[in-house]
Design a protein around this ligand. Structure first.
Ligand code: ZN
Length: 164
């Protein structure tokens, strides 16, 4: 297990859609372990594979990540099956855009399907911070960052503050 370098926006690899693992799960367990080490080291509460330069559909999350008992979770090939109509704005940081907090609108709840490291299919309804974090990480898998989710004026202001 090891801590990997985290790519910083505007690295082009953060703007590319990622490929599903599908049946080929080779290396996924080791990658997930390294990503969890990297996330806890940062520290952060979520990390997507493209943030460590791997353009595959995988993210890790621990909503207690910065305090309290660890509760690491791994999501392989996650898909948002449904989202609430209700959305809410909240500040979001990103380990790939250090120092920047963007106000992003997210669905307050989602139904997520994914696979575990052993390939087992899972499905769960998430709300609160878990729902927001999962949407943020899945955006990464689609080549989107928080700056792609704000108005052009907000984006310009945030980019002016950003010191990569
Ligand atoms: Zn991020």
């Amino acid at each position: 297990m090891s801590v990997l370098p985290i790519l910083r926006w505007p690295d082009a690899r953060l703007s590319q859609p990622c490929a599903a693992f599908g049946a080929d799960m080779d290396g996924v367990a080791e990658l997930a372990a390294d990503m969890l080490d990297t996330m806890y080291d940062a520290p952060g509460r979520g990390l997507a594979a493209p943030q460590v330069g791997v353009l595959k559909r995988l993210f890790v999350m621990d909503v207690n990540g910065k305090a309290g008992p660890r509760c690491p979770r791994v999501f392989v090939d996650p898909v948002i099956e449904a989202r609430t109509d209700e959305t809410a704005f909240g500040p979001e940081g990103c380990l790939s855009i250090p120092g920047i907090q963007a106000q992003v609108a997210r669905a307050v709840g989602i139904t997520l399907s994914w696979r575990d490291l052993d390939g087992t299919a899972r499905r769960e309804t998430l709300s609160g911070f878990s729902a927001i974090c999962a949407q943020h990480e899945i955006d990464h898998l689609d080549g989107l960052v928080t700056l792609d989710r704000v108005s052009p004026a907000d984006r310009a202001a945030l980019e002016a503050q950003y010191r990569p």
